[in-house]
Design a protein around this ligand. Sequence first.
Ligand code: ADP
Ligand code: TRP
Length: 328
Amino acid sequence: MSRVLTALQPSGILHIGNYFGAIEPMVKMQDAGNENFLFAVDYHAITVPQDPEELRKNLLFAAAAYLAAGVDPVKTTLFQQSRVPQHTELAWILNCVTNMGELERMTQYKDKARGKGESVTVGLFSYPVLMAADILLYNTDIVPVGDDQKQHLELARDLAERFNKRFGETFVVPGVQIRKTGARIMALDHPENKMSKSAPSPKGFISLMDDEKTVLKKMKSAVTDSGTVIEYDESRKGLANLMTIYNLVTGKSYEEIAAAYVGKGYGDFKTDLAGHVSAFLAPMQEKISKYLADPEELKRILEEGAEKARGIAEAKMVEVRKVIGVTL
Ligand code: ADP
Ligand code: TRP
């Protein structure tokens, strides 16, 4: 049994990239009998401006979506990051063992900071340190994430090793788990960029809540190429991405998909794909709506998870405070 942990930002509606990159792998690890931790990182979300009312809504939506995706709060400790203040406490301590240069190299930071000049916050810069704290507090063995988080995970591993060297064995060095297919779903309108909720246009992502009509519209307008044969070819980025989504929602291999579209064109392929995606999302959407109808129950589940997380996190912090010399 391993300790498995992941977290997602409650910054808008989740998309199928988040689902396949992080949530589904987490549910599989839970069902395989591991000890799981899953939380909504609200303090990561506020590294860019958030409307407080929206943030509250997004937090409840995140909880509803995780539950609808199959997270069982008995097997998985499900909570909200800010309800476990040890995360920010450890982040401060880790800030003091992190070099500026390490954070300046982070590609996500560079992407998010580009063009923003002086208005970039210290929080955005230090974001990966809070993420390291999230992970190291729980003696995490495995972190399932999408491909874009690889560099942040490397930092968490480096910080654990550095801290252990300086203060003695304190943290488990976490392993990363990135799935083979689906770790980087690309934007439908720009298949050279990853699907992201912060994209300028919703045309690029399929949200977990998109209805049938919207999915069809987005699929129809997905960027492909002038080729005529439906087959998996990495250099045909748009088509390869759509075939990956097809594979993820139906379980059909690339060869099976290609065989089904011999002599057919993009029109049929996209229409069918939209149908499969909607059929995949429909039961989840129904469950999400059901969970959202009872916000008090969602809050109760999150608070129960936070209570359990605080116990584990505080035990780790007692160790950390002692080794760094602040416990008298
Ligand atoms: P976003 O970039 O859309 O704001 P987050 O940064 O909150 O999403 O990511 C939450 C989780 O979802 C992370 O594990 C991340 O790696 C994963 N993820 C995000 N986008 C994708 C994608 N396009 N394909 C696969 N996984 C993704
Ligand atoms: N930085 C991650 C993202 O943007 C979210 C995150 C925060 C996370 N803390 C984490 C992921 C801990 C895994 C483990 O997607």
